[in-house]
Design a protein around this ligand. Structure first.
Ligand code: ATP
Ligand code: MG
Length: 424
């Protein structure tokens, strides 16, 4: 941390008026999208702008530039801050922090040296220079060679190393500008939120469904979270936790809404009318009906769950089939082939694990027997289902559905630790 702030200082104090501090955003997959490209880029720019608007009082300009997105800032410090935020926006593959300057070789060489010195300590370096087109009279090879040689004379205790150097100094000649950068950070990848339509994601306070929702929004879907609380049979801890989780997911820019349903009384009714081993199958069926109703209201085109094959009794192929039979929309299960440890690792990376690990009672565990059915028969389930007052329940549940305000935190999950145990 101290290293980086001293770097920032030396860079910003070296500035000339003609130099802009920039973040260059690389969005690999978008460039593959043919006719859709303009729409994808527009969405990405919109999402980046929105993300920056949480942190910057004066919004930096965010523009398309030569197949990338260019953000111009007032200082190196701002550029680093913006880059950290932008790296978490779905659709961003890489962000580079650097300088945009005139195509004046003396100036470029001097600034390349300043950038390199700001990266101390390092032992080896290389130059990666490129001209985007032939408007600039010197070709990429010659640029590489001459800048490399010039720097080599001045960086006397450093060696030039082509493979795996400590430092790469990038120079790109694009249009009438030169771009210099030494810092590149990997983004989360995926596609811009909004490019993939809307989904309703069944969001519990457990570990899996936040990860499933995150994977969907990373692929460009707008996610509507739907949480079933065990209230009034349980307290509302799960609701509190889901709201925290939703805040985390929203930091990636893709959570559209969060709906909560008090489900405990309906579970009590199901428990009194359905054979005990089949209760969870029926809870899930009713959840799907509610999710679908919400999807129709909101224009969503698929449901999402955090199920993974064989993880628990309700996630065997037979039970999945018996549950899915009530759904008309596709049910997407982004985690179906993942192991719990892989899911946990991802939950840790996106910042939801600590929240999900807090003690809470999930509604699915209400009134569940010790030995739930693992191979539900579709015909038997259908028969009992037909005897239940489903549309009446559905009407009641939809009228009790609550939309919860999202906690717009814009937290960077890598930097800000969640404090467990603090219930509002
Ligand atoms: P997670 O709920 O995150 O999967 P879990 O493993 O404790 O944690 P499961 O019993 O595996 O929960 O639930 C399977 C899926 O059903 C969840 O991933 C989620 O999509 C959905 N689900 C379960 N409980 C709820 C709930 N209370 N509200 C909304 N969706 C739920
Ligand atoms: Mg699970």
């Amino acid at each position: 941390m101290t290293d980086r702030s001293s770097k920032k200082k030396s860079l910003s104090s070296s500035g000339l008026d003609t130099i802009q501090y920039v973040v260059l955003v690389h969005c690999h997959e978008i460039s593959l999208k043919g006719h859709n490209r303009a729409r994808f880029e527009r969405l990405l720019i919109q999402n980046i702008t929105q993300k920056l608007s949480f942190e910057f009082d004066e919004l930096p300009p965010v523009k398309r530039f030569a197949g990338r997105v260019l953000v111009s800032l007032n200082s190196t410090q701002d550029a680093f801050q913006a880059a950290a935020l932008i790296a978490d926006v779905p659709g961003v593959v890489r962000v580079s922090v650097g300088l945009r300057l005139a195509q004046d070789l003396d100036l470029i060489y001097q600034k390349a040296l300043d950038l390199a010195l700001a990266e101390e300590p390092f032992d080896s370096f290389k130059v990666n220079a490129r001209r985007a087109n032939t408007d600039f009279p010197i070709d990429s090879m010659e640029l590489n060679r001459s800048l490399g040689a010039w720097l080599n004379e001045r960086l006397v205790d450093k060696k030039v190393q082509m493979h795996n150097p400590d430092l790469t100094i990038h120079l790109e000649m694009i249009g009438a500008s030169a771009f210099l950068y030494t810092h590149t950070q990997t983004g989360i990848g995926g596609l811009p939120v909004g490019s993939g339509g809307k989904v309703v994601s069944l969001l519990s306070a457990g570990i899996d469904s936040p990860v499933a929702s995150w994977r969907m929004l990373k692929r460009g879907a707008q996610v509507i979270g739907l949480h079933f609380s065990g209230r009034p049979e349980t307290d509302s801890t799960s609701e509190y936790l889901v709201r925290q989780i939703a805040g985390r997911l929203d930091a990636y820019g893709g959570l559209h809404k969060l709906a909560v349903v008090p489900f405990g009384s309906y579970q009590r009714e199901i428990a009194s009318l359905v054979p005990a081993p089949l209760r969870v199958v029926f809870y899930r069926r009713l959840m799907f009906c509610v999710a679908e109703e919400l999807a129709f209201q909101e224009g969503a085109r698929a449901l999402v769950t955090g199920e993974s094959l064989g993880q628990v009794a309700s996630q065997t192929l037979d039970n999945i089939r018996a549950i899915d039979a009530v759904a008309n929309l596709p049910v997407l299960r982004p985690l179906i082939g993942m192991d719990k440890l892989e899911i946990i690792a991802q939950a840790e990376r996106i910042g939801t694990f600590e929240i999900s690990s807090q003690k809470h009672e999930d509604c699915c565990t209400l009134f569940t027997p010790k030995n739930p059915e693992t191979h539900a028969s579709l015909s038997k389930v259908d028969k009992t289902w037909a005897s239940l007052p489903i549309s009446h329940w559905l009407e009641g549940i939809m009228s009790e559905m609550e939309f919860v305000d999202l906690l717009r935190t814009n937290m960077n999950p890598y930097e800000q630790a969640y404090e467990p145990g603090v219930l509002a």
